[in-house]
Write a protein that binds this ligand. Structure first.
Ligand SMILES: Nc1nc2c(ncn2[C@@H]2O[C@H](COP(=O)(O)OP(=O)(O)OP(=O)(O)O)[C@@H](O)[C@H]2O)c(=O)[nH]1
Ligand SMILES: [Mg+2]
Ligand SMILES: [Zn+2]
Length: 373
């Protein structure tokens, strides 16, 4: 059991790791070391996912193709395809690089596939925080915020809300912040303006070195502008809000961008329609106020509609809980539940299909062997 066998000459001090500025940590290091052929591979972080290849930083920038195995896995389940923020293991052959493995993810922002056969889409991998952007001059739209918050909590990363374009709200700003805080239930809310620089210093204090954030918001919410303002120079293109119904996005590719303070940001195209992912955890975290009341209902299986002793209905009657917030909770819960069962069915169908394929291959190879004898 001598570790000298590996003949590693790497220094033990992980803080000196050249990938540390990209968010490399002990968990990632362990996942990489666990690969059977780790000594032949090089770790890198995906900065941009393209069709069939990825842009990586290791830390120098490179492009890597997908190995046949990674490609095949992605064909079966698109969510396994290396995406922005992923840690991957690369093999070198001559001047080119191939992605041999995608390391296990922690903190993934997943967009639920809505079409019947569609797969979930991993919007960002290995994120520590979600920075939800909501423009100060357009609402706020609390229902949308609750969806974004549910999605963020489901990712495993903590959400923070940036009320962008704060200078446009004028004297309405305190009211806007109050409305936002009424639905955030904990996550911090920052009023920021990319144009005047207001609030940027406060937000910057939250951005610790080596931590990865993803920007979540509708198109035109000011995500890329905020990123540029935080970076102090133009790292992303920004654009005028498009008023056509097709709502083209200014940012069309997801990209990982390092910030001067050492944090990392994933800028993604704005999302218009967000289905809450399968599983109710995200919704429950978002509606922690209602969730706390549920524990106080007389019946464990209370549906919070008309039962006696319902603490949720009592809170509405006593004016402590907004009836429309309760309705939105019902809706998001139903949706999350529906998506979970749908995912279960899809998984079962997929496994069955895979299994059929494998047994068919097994039969064929057995036939070949017999024929060869
Ligand atoms: N007045 C004002 N306008 C802003 C501010 N931040 C962004 N904008 C404007 O809002 C528009 C959209 O900004 P973007 O940063 O491109 O928005 P985005 O969220 O990245 O949009 P997508 O990339 O399409 O998802 C641009 O016209 C910006 O100039 C701000 O702080 N104040
Ligand atoms: Mg953008
Ligand atoms: Zn109840």
């Amino acid at each position: 059991m001598s570790h000298h066998e590996h003949g590693s000459t790497l220094p033990e001090n992980r803080t000196l790791h050249p990938l540390a500025p990209l968010g490399w940590n002990t968990r990632t290091a362990e996942a990489f070391d666990a690969l059977a052929d780790a000594h032949e591979l090089r770790p890198a972080r995906v900065t941009e996912a393209r069709r069939g290849s990825v842009g990586v930083a290791m830390p120098e920038a490179a492009t890597a193709d997908l190995s046949p195995r990674v490609r095949k896995a992605a064909e079966t389940d698109r969510s396994t395809s290396p995406t922005s923020g992923d840690w991957v293991a690369l093999r070198r052959s001559g001047d080119s690089w191939t992605v041999e493995a995608v390391l296990e993810r922690s903190g993934t922002l997943v967009r639920q596939g809505v079409a019947k056969d569609s797969h979930d889409q991993v919007l960002a991998a290995n994120i520590d925080g979600v920075l939800i952007c909501e423009a100060a001059d357009q609402g706020p739209n609390v229902g949308r915020l609750e969806r974004f918050l549910s999605l963020a909590w489901a990712s495993g990363a903590a959400p923070v809300v940036a009320v962008t374009k704060s200078e446009l709200a004028g004297e309405r700003l305190p009211e806007v912040i109050e409305l936002v805080e009424a639905v955030t239930m904990g996550p911090d809310v920052y009023a920021v303006s990319a144009h005047t620089g207001d609030g940027l210093a406060e937000l910057t204090e939250r951005l610790l070195p080596g931590r990865t954030w993803v920007l979540l918001g509708t198109s035109g919410a000011g995500k890329s502008s905020l990123l540029n303002a935080l970076a102090g120079h133009e790292v992303m293109d920004t654009g005028a809000i498009r008023h056509d119904r097709r709502g083209r996005h200014t940012t069309t590719h997801r990209r990982l961008v390092p910030m001067p303070g050492g944090s990392l940001f994933l800028d993604i195209p704005g999302v218009r329609r967000i289905d809450v992912p399968g599983g109710e955890e995200g919704v429950d975290r978002t509606f922690s106020d209602i969730n706390a009341l549920v524990d106080l209902c007389r019946f464990r299986d209370c549906s919070h509609r008309n039962e006696p002793g319902c603490a949720v209905n009592r809170a509405v009657d006593e004016g402590e809980l907004d009836a429309s917030r309760l309705e939105r909770w019902f809706r998001l819960r139903r949706e999350a539940e529906w998506n979970r069962t749908r995912n279960d069915v899809r998984l079962r169908t997929e496994r069955k299909r895979e299994w059929k394929k494998l047994t068919r291959q097994g039969r064929e190879s057995a036939r070949h062997k017999r024929g060869g004898l």
